[in-house]
Structures are given as structure tokens and as C-alpha cells.
Design a protein around this ligand. Sequence first.
Ligand code: SF4
Length: 241
Amino acid sequence: MKGQNTANDFKPLKIPWDITMPDDDRIRAMHSLLFERYGDLKWWPAETDDEVVIGSILTQNTSWSNVEKCITNLKRNNICSLSALSSLEPDVLAPIIRSSGFYNQKAKRLIDISRIITENYSTLEKMSGFPVDELELFLKDVKGVGRETMDSILSYALHKPVFVVDKYTIRIFSRIGIRGGRLDIDTIKGLISDTLGNDGDMLRNFHAMLVYLGKDHCRTKPLCPECPVRSVCGYFITAGP
Ligand code: SF4
């Protein structure tokens, strides 16, 4: 398409990538370049904290557009809250969340987590008064709540200073060349905490900006030429798509 760069138009920069740039400087540079492009995104896309928990279960293995259809259906039926879901049976809920995929399994998981949270804490507001390590131990035992779902609930529903590492984060950090691309969730969380600090709003916005970057540019087939972090990206400068 005329005027639009494609992967085939890609030309590596003529300047050498500074392989000596320490990872913490590279992460700081990523953060400020992303902030210049995206600003304060005020993410996650939900109207209530209950909706964040519901969305974090529904989004497993499906696109967000399918989650939105389910949330709309739940609201239409006046059951888009943990207290309402906790009193339902899976066969009633499953058809309402059909568009999320794996709807029988997700109906059971949504009801289970709603019951467990309301029985143990009553509300998310009361739950948010407990320390992160205690909440992690609690959430780890909830069936269907993996690491990313747990961190999303801690960060976006319970407003804790927790950075969510998802597939976009791992892909971007690997391509940028942080730690030579040898990364796991705890390594990334530790690096970000050591480098950028532990302010919850900053951590949430960094995660949101990485999600946007992953969708806009750092896709499976990356669109590097317009990427805001290309100047610190090892993949762009040394390899190219
Ligand atoms: S420059 Fe390319 S590979 Fe690097 S982060 Fe951007 S889109 Fe991904």
C-alpha cells in the first residue's frame, strides 16, 4: 500500500545498537518513549472492580472483543457483579457468556471465584485492605486463576502495586534484548521494580502501554518502522523483521 511501510520495506538503522547500554537504562528509555507516544492510558477497560475480575477470567484464551460481548450480556441481565454471579448455577450463566469460548468451564470458574471472594472477604473493597503476599496465597489456590489472571486482579481490581507480565511484555522485552532475551516472569517483574519503582499507577500504565505497543507494532510479525521504542530495540537495529 502506497505510503505505508511494510515488513519488506524494513531497513535497519545505520547507527550501531549500543549493546553496552545497561538493561535498567534501556527499560527507563522504553518507559519514557512509550509515555511520549501513549501518555496516561487509564487502563483497564472496565467500569467497576468486579468487572475487572470477571473480565480477567473471561479473557483467558480469547480476544477482548469477545469479552466485551459477554460483559454487555451480563449487564443486560443485571448480573455483572461478584455477588450476583455467586448465586447463579453454571448452566444458567454459560449461555450468557457463550461468546467467550470455553463457556461451560468459564461459567463454573466465574461462579467459583465469585463465591470464594464474597464468602471470604465480602467485597473487593474489603479484600483490598489485605497485604499483597496474603492475597497472592489466597488467589493461587483458586482454580482457574493462573499467574497473569492473579496479577491482573491484584493490580487492576485490588489496586495493588503489581506489574502484570503478559505475552506482549515477554515478546517485547525479548526482542528489545533485555537480559539477552532470557526472561521469565519473575525476572521481568524484578527488573521493572528495581528500575522504575513500585508506584501502582505507573506500573499499571507501563503494562497498558506495552499492551498497546504489542497490538500496534510488536505483533507476531512486527511493524518496526513506526515503533516508538525502535531506537533501543536490539531486534530492530541488528536483525530486522
Ligand atoms: S522495534 Fe520492532 S521488534 Fe522492537 S519493540 Fe518495536 S515492533 Fe517490536
